[in-house]
Design a binder for this molecule. Sequence first.
Ligand code: SF4
Length: 228
Amino acid sequence: MKIAEIYKSTQGEGLLTGTPSVFVRVSGCNLRCWFCDTPYASWQPEGIDYAVDEIVAEIEEWDCRHVVLTGGEPMLFAELLPLAQQLQDRDWHITVETAGTLYLPVACDLMSISPKFASSGPPADQHPHWSRRHERQRYQPEVLRSLIAEYDYQLKFVIDREPDLEEVEQFLAAFPDVQSDRVLLMPQGTTTEVLQQRAAWLVPACHERGWIYCPRRQIEWYGPVRGT
Ligand code: SF4
């Protein structure tokens, strides 16, 4: 499995914000969001091939019990199954971060699903191939239904503009069993200034609808740097 980076940091997003965690970032993604904050695991995938045992050995070097399997898109890789199983057997708490377009029956304690909207695709004039592919693949309702039914989950939406709120409402209408305290809205942006501007309208919008506003604490704590 191609790995872009393995590092220990503090989870900055979602229900486990503040939890010390080891992050395993696989390299490769089936989508190409224009705002991707890990282009080295999607647009220009970097990294080296690791055997599952090597990944586990590196994770075990850290004094920590939470691991986040992220990307890119970790569900692209069948090796995720033995990797997660070995970690579960060693009593690690496992979060899988996925866009929810691909299914694997992976061992997982928190399925962190970040569905992508039409507005997240790359500009068609600059990336015609990826624009078509992104739009074709970004919404897979049967996969989402399985992930939501089978796992403890959070739905984490990246919000760029106010019209995105309408897309969240349309999305949730197709999944009536989703509890509002599992719906997290996170501002798009990689600087504290931009995040604060978006928070000004996104926080009240979340309160009105019973959703959770999800800051990106890692940007506040460390800035937009790799390995955090
Ligand atoms: S799904 Fe995630 S990793 Fe893939 S391109 Fe979009 S933001 Fe980047």
